[in-house]
Design a protein. Structure first.
Length: 140
């Protein structure tokens, strides 16, 4: 049996995953990180995107979308805290496409209106784009 560690992925609303894993991969601010048993403890912010969980044993690997957040690595536990976290199969593709179009429209009209919160719109665009990329990846 391969070495494992505990992984807890939680959103503001609920726990998305809690269990043993052989490895997880996430998009940290400075690039993609892979965490395996015995990894050096650290804490980092993560970007909107996919968290891949290589579950222990014969369990199927998980793809989980997070809207960003914090990843903390401790000797035997990895915790991911995010405002929004969804299992890949729970992502609403139509809602993600609508959010992306809305953000793109707001950015395009922003110069004219002058009252656009660019940071919020760019965050919305990043989250919608990450959700759509994960959906497309899973379809392949």
């Amino acid at each position: 049996m391969a070495a494992t560690f505990r992984v807890d992925i939680v959103s503001a609303e609920k726990e998305i995953f809690s269990g043993e894993a052989e490895m997880i991969v996430a998009s940290a601010e400075l690039g993609e990180v892979g965490i395996a048993p015995g990894h050096t403890p650290f804490i980092t912010r993560i970007k909107p995107g996919e968290i891949r969980v290589k579950a222990s044993g014969d369990e199927e690997d998980l793809a989980i979308y997070v809207s960003g957040g914090i990843l903390e690595v401790q000797p035997h536990v990895v915790t991911v805290l995010s405002d929004t976290a969804l299992r890949a199969e729970d992502i609403d593709e139509a809602a993600a496409e609508a959010a992306m179009k809305e953000a793109e429209s707001a950015l395009a009209a922003g110069g004219k209106a002058g009252e656009v919160d660019y940071a919020a719109v760019q965050q919305q665009l990043a989250e919608a784009s990450a959700q759509l990329q994960l959906i497309k990846k899973l379809r392949k």
